[in-house]
Design a protein around this ligand. Structure first.
Ligand code: ZN
Ligand code: ZN
Length: 83
């Protein structure tokens, strides 16, 4: 079945795709002109520090910090528009 994709913002035939959203050329440009908001969880870094517990028999274990892709933005550092 042929699926015709339309811009999620204005409904015209989409010519670009951003993540799971289809966009027309105009809206794609608008987003890439800086209308993406930086992720507030990682501050736009895309990575955030998490802690994990490490078992250590001599000291009883400790929390170890490690960097990983931000859960909120999936490592992109940007949040999508609420559509
Ligand atoms: Zn559009
Ligand atoms: Zn983030």
């Amino acid at each position: 079945m042929l699926h015709l994709s339309r811009c999620v913002k204005c409904g015209v035939k989409a010519t670009a795709k951003d993540g799971k959203y289809y966009l027309c050329g105009k809206h794609w440009l608008e987003i890439y002109a800086g209308k993406f908001k930086p992720c507030n969880e990682c501050g736009g870094e895309g990575q955030v520090e998490y802690e994990r517990s490490v078992v250590d028999w001599s000291s009883g274990g400790y929390l170890e910090g490690y960097m990983d892709d931000c859960d909120k933005c999936n490592g992109s550092g940007e949040l999508e528009y609420d559509i």
